[in-house]
Structures are given as C-alpha cells and as structure tokens.
Design a protein around this ligand. Sequence first.
Ligand code: GLU
Length: 469
Amino acid sequence: MTNSVFNVRFAPSPTGELHLGGARTALFNWLFAKYNNGKFFLRIEDTDTKRSREIYTDQILDSLSWLGLNWEEPLIFQSERLNEYKIHIKSLLSSGQLYHCFCSKNDLSELKDKGHFKYPGTCRELDHNDIKTRLNQGASFTYRVRIPDGNTKYEDMIYGSINVDHKELDDFIVIRSDGSPTYNFTAVVDDHYMDISHVIRGEDHVSNTPKQILLYKALGFNVPVFAHLPMILGADGKRLSKRHGAAGVQTFREEGYLPESLNNYLALLGWNPGTDEELFSSDDLIQKFNLSKVQKKGAIWDEKKMHWISGQHMMKTGTDHIIDKLRFNDPDWGKGSSISYLVSIVELLKVRAKSLSEFIAQSDYFFNSPLSYDQEALQKAWGDNSVNTRMQLLAVNLLTLEHWRKDYLQNIFELFIKEHGLGLGKIIMPIRLAVCGTLNGPAVYDILELLGKDETLKRINVALKELPK
Ligand code: GLU
C-alpha cells in the first residue's frame, strides 16, 4: 500500500469521543512517523455496529485535526472491509487453523462459574461428520483459533523481550456467532493490508499481541514491531477515566486550550527528553521525541501541570494570534473596541490565562461594567458604610487627576493611605470590586489606566449608590 519503511496507524473505535489516552497514542504514532519520515494512517474500527456511531467518528477526526495530527489517505473503515476478512477466514479454515465452536453463551458462562476462565477446548476436536450434522441443523457457531503448543516471543520497543507460553492463551474467537469478525483478527488483516511496520498502542493491548502474532504467522504475513505505551493513571493510581474529572479532547478544545499545549502535555505522559525541559512546540517534539525514552510505568495525569504548561504556551503565543483565536472562538469578543485596546488587554491577561475561555471570562470587565458583585468579595471589600465615605473622598482625588496614567494613579493611592493612616488593601479592594465586580485580576493600576478616567469614575459612582447592601 505504501513505499515508506515506517508506517504507523492510530485505530480508534468510534464508540465515544477521543479521550486523552487515545490522543496520546495518536500523538506518539504521529511523532514517530514524522521523525522517521514515515507515514501516519488512521483506521476506524467500526465493526461493532451496536456501539459504533458516525458522530463519534466525526468527533475523533475533528479532534485529531485540531491537534494537528494530520493523517495520510486513504482513511480506512473496517466496516467497508468485511469481504476482505471473509477471504482470510477461508484461508485459515482451509489450512485447519480455525475450528467451529458450538458452545453457547450459556455453556461458556457455566464454565466460567466453574472456574474455567480459559476456554477448555470443548469443540476443538469435533469430528467432521459431527460438525456437518450440527451445521445442517442450523446450529449457531463461532470460529476459534487452534492455538498450537509452544510459545510466542517478541521484542517490545518499550517493555523489552516478552515471552508467552501458549498454555496461557485461549483458543480465541475470530468470528462471532452473528458472523462478525473480532478485533484481534481484523487488526491483523488490516495492519498487513496497510503495510504497518510499527504497532504503537496502549499497554492494555499487551495481552492481545501474542494472539495477533499467531495470526500474522498463520496467515503468512510479516509480523510488525510492537511498542506498548504505559497507561495513563489518575492520582489514585487507577486507570484515568471520567471519574478523575479527565475531560475528552473536545472539551479541551471547547474550553479554548491551545492544541500545542495539549500536545505538549500529552507528550510528557510517559515520555521525557532525558533533560529537565518541559516546554515543547509540536515541531520541537518531532525532533526530540524518541520511543526509547518512553517509560514502562504508568503516567500520572496531573491537571495542575497541564494548566501550567498551557499558561506557558499562552505567554509565548503572539498577541495578534491570541486576538484572532479569541475572535474566532467568540465573534462578539471585543466587538466595537479599538485594536490597540484589545492588544493592551491581551498583553495584560496573557500572563494569567491558560485558555481562551479564561481570557474571555477574565476580560469581561474591560468591555462591560459589572452587572453584579461577587458576594464573597463584597463581604471582604465593602463590609459597611465607612467604605462609602472613603471611596467618595478617593473619587474626588481621582477626579482632579489630569494625566490618567498608572504611575500617577499609584501616587494618588499611596498619598491617600498615608493621609488616612490606612493599609493599601482598604482602598484597592473596594476599587477592584467597584470596577471589576471581583477581586481577582491584574494590577489595579493597569486596569484603571486601560478603562480610562470616565469609565472608572462612572463605575465607582454606581458602586457608591448600590453598596453596601
Ligand atoms: N480499536 C482498538 C482500540 O481502540 C485499537 C487497538 C490497536 O491499536 O490495535 O483500543
């Protein structure tokens, strides 16, 4: 299918949105392909018609595009390859490597109840006539692989040499009783068809690998190289899931994280460059990423670190670029304001916002006077009427200020507290509350300078009328 030596693939099942583990697998495959001048393919594993949804396929493709993990054509859908699977089943049957299994679900669950977790091979040696009779009677059946004695050994690029005694393997099913093929079988047929040289996927597939290697061999295919990636764990050491509050890629996108931040953080889940360096652009990652530096032990998802990395990327991103992204995310953002005003706001908030949504939320008071005041902040900043007296006096001082600049504003504030024997917080907090509606944000002098004299005094007057209540 291709003439490249390094062909990899990401093979999601479209039964849900792209989660962080899937995105990390896709990223590692993509980085490996990019570094080696290879090709990164996608395969949608949609043979489970009950659970697969087109909407998830679309979501997964959107999320991958957003992350910049561009893939090669053709995009493979397993649901379109059912005939191909039939051909290979025929070949396995004719060489005696599969057998009919007539055990019903009930039979199998009874076996499990009796402690047989491995299929005991009940139908492995049925004689030809017996099979024929049952088939003529319309009995339902599955196809199982006749696993030979021996062992399967392979070199995992991350976990090293792995050797599995076939006694540990089940005669696993490749065709279900409804005629549908199972994952272990379709993955092998397709990895061969797609000329995949390296299979890079989660460690949860380690137990499938010897079964797949047996199938490659049974079908006369070359066996690819395997690299299993450590699981991503929550802080409690359990496999990361929604329970840990881990959102899918779509949510990160909706919340306005930059895709390069997410790629950077995902790359660090199980990999490090061998130095203390933690901040990487996607191009840096292509140069530096190496499977040999992927660890074996599980990688712990750390939201705080993700936020820190996002903040760092935001700081490095050009202001014009951020403005474009903000306007793209919210076409109403900053509408009617001059570009220089928007630039100043972004410059001010850039050091504090980790996502575009945070930018949008945090910049609101630059465009709108507060509609309400944060209750907790109100208690803290404007507890009683004495604040009104103080603010009235300060407002008079501000009114006389001719050059509305942050250094002059700071001067006025400092003189005022000296004159009245107050701590700075006694005026900074109520001013912040009046002007922003909250006590969080960049330096108050910066905010006031940007808002301008008229707007600042207008907001103080509104607060004086409304507070305390
Ligand atoms: N559809 C499988 C999964 O999502 C693919 C595993 C593989 O990469 O072989 O886990």
